[in-house]
Design a protein around this ligand. Sequence first.
Ligand SMILES: *Cc1c(COP(=O)(O)O)cnc(C)c1O
Length: 492
Amino acid sequence: MTKRFPESGATTAEPALEPLLTELARSVRGNGHVAASDGASRIPARFARTVPLGLPELAEQQVVRHFTHLAQLNYSVDTGFYPLGSCTMKYNPKINDRVAGLPGFADMHPLQPDADTQGALRLIYELERLLGGITGFPAISLQPAAGAHAEFTAILMFKAYHAARGDTKRRRVIVPDSAHGTNPSSAAMCGFEVTTVRSDARGNVDLAALEDTLGDDVVGMMLTNPNTLGLFEERLEEVIAAVHRHGGLMYGDGANMNALLGIARPGDLGFDVIHLNLHKTFSTPHGAGGPGAGPVCANDKLAPFLPVPFVVRDGDTYRLSEDRPQSVGRVRAFHGNYGVLVRAYTYIRNLGEEGLRACGEDAILAANYLLSRLRGAYDLAYDRPCMHEFVLTAAAQKKAGASALDIAKALIDEGFHPPTVYFPLIVPEALMIEPTETEPKETLDAFADALVRIADRVKTDPAAVHDAPRNAPLRRLDEVAAARRPRLHWRA
Ligand SMILES: *Cc1c(COP(=O)(O)O)cnc(C)c1O
């Protein structure tokens, strides 16, 4: 078999992977399973191709086996535990996919008239209200296609809000040093400067540092709660009050809503706007850039600036409206990522209020259980009870000869997807673990056992940990080359 990535920079011999279809085709060209197309004859001569298209010729079963082999190389939530911190890789009930695949939803055309799509519009209308109940906000847009897209939309709304009041001197958005990278990026994409504020010794926003930087040039602040250290901001009310005192707006990054489900509502906590990640908290399969949805939830002050279109209800009928004169406009075509909305609706209706609260509570319980199992083997970045995730530091292990990256690779040999590493940036050798509410205790124990085993191995034989993974289809790739010199297409 052909080596798949000859330039990957892998340091040791690796097992052969699946060849490309073009490589496979060389040995089977003209086997008769694919009939030569006579379509060319019906195409006017001046449009006809003069050189062959160069598609590989393959038998059907070769194509099926090729893609099945590739799929078997994947690790997914459906094949094992996936504790990727800040990503909420929970198990997604299959009924969500069944419902999203119903012909009435899946075969709808985005240009169908409202009269033909009443059920679909009603689902949007009701999902907005369900999410409003969960988050404590009166107005919601389901348009943005991801978390980062929602952040961008909300910061545009901040800009529009200040502009509508004739306040154009505000230039700065404040972001804590623990924030997800999309926060400063979204602020910068809207043309604002980013001011970073540090975290204090307990992992909260440093209130004194925040007060120092606040002024009448501040657009607002973007805050994640629980923050990306998995900690609840202990002085949240004071932080929000300080920003508001200076005329700034408060943005809540709600991608971590899994910890708050049914327990606390960001709208009640004083945020002006938040976003949700339906593909994380509300159970759509994600990763590898799959479709998402990032609803923006706004209080009365910011509601007039939400994107269009939105669904209005007149008696028993539903229609799309653009009647929102101060809106930031359209941020996406048509109805948003509709299939993701159907999954979220199904998920919420299936669980009900009690079920959602149980999710939040179990997510927190699972994280604290794992934390307690790992506390002796690894140092904690901040030694506090956590919310839905927690951050370990492998700084001591690094001194002994195996870094956070090595430990992550060793976990692959143990049969687990690694946690998030080297994020948040303020924790050296970070291992960020989010178990979610969907795993049984047996899985959590097996994972903890594996991490403890690795910590023990670091003490006795760090070189072995540094040499992992040994059992993966590929071992260590040249990540710099993958980013800087990606080979994205085949050349003869
Ligand atoms: C995932 C995440 C985002 C970005 O969401 P995308 O849908 O990937 O764009 C933003 N903030 C936090 C805290 C996240 O975990």
